[in-house]
Design a protein around this ligand. Structure first.
Ligand code: SAM
Length: 136
């Protein structure tokens, strides 16, 4: 299952809030559902089987507090500007694997760098997280 979804959901159990987790693979989503039920976190997470780019396009402007990208890395740049458009002012865009797979995130990193709104940094934890804060 998505371990990340479980971690976010466990945090949201304490803070309040809801998580939408999108994956194109329905088998992955079925496993995620079973694991979330087992962990008692299924009420916090909505699992959608969909393409991430399509799901983002359907979200309203400023409707998301935090967006975590951990899918097909080379596709992220083609989703632009939706990863920032959907964030509220002060919202976070987090891109995973920026140190483990720098060649695959070069285009989305450049988009973030070139955009006047988000300020970003790379944190060397795990596989490397690019964290951008939307200005407002
Ligand atoms: C590295 S795994 C994610 C791992 C997950 N975050 C976790 O912690 O377990 C990448 C996932 O991206 C999904 N994926 C690939 N292309 C996608 C797309 N265009 N939209 C949504 N999900 C996609 C794959 O099915 C795969 O489950």
């Amino acid at each position: 299952m998505s371990r990340t979804a479980r971690w976010f959901a466990a945090a949201l159990r304490r803070t309040g809030g809801q998580l939408v987790s999108v994956d194109v693979d329905e088998v992955i989503q079925a496993e995620a559902r079973a694991n979330l039920v087992r962990a008692g976190l299924d009420d916090i997470v909505e699992l959608r089987t969909a393409d991430g780019g399509v799901a983002l396009r359907e979200l309203a402007d400023g409707s998301v507090d935090a967006l975590f990208l951990d899918a097909e890395r080379v596709q992220y740049a083609s989703w632009w500007p939706d990863p920032v458009r959907v964030l509220r002012p002060g919202g976070l865009l987090i891109v995973d694997n920026v140190l483990s797979h720098p060649d695959e995130v070069v285009d989305i990193s450049a988009r973030i760098e070139a955009d006047s709104s988000p300020r970003s940094t790379v944190v060397a934890v795990g596989k490397g997280e690019l964290i951008a804060v939307k200005g407002g």
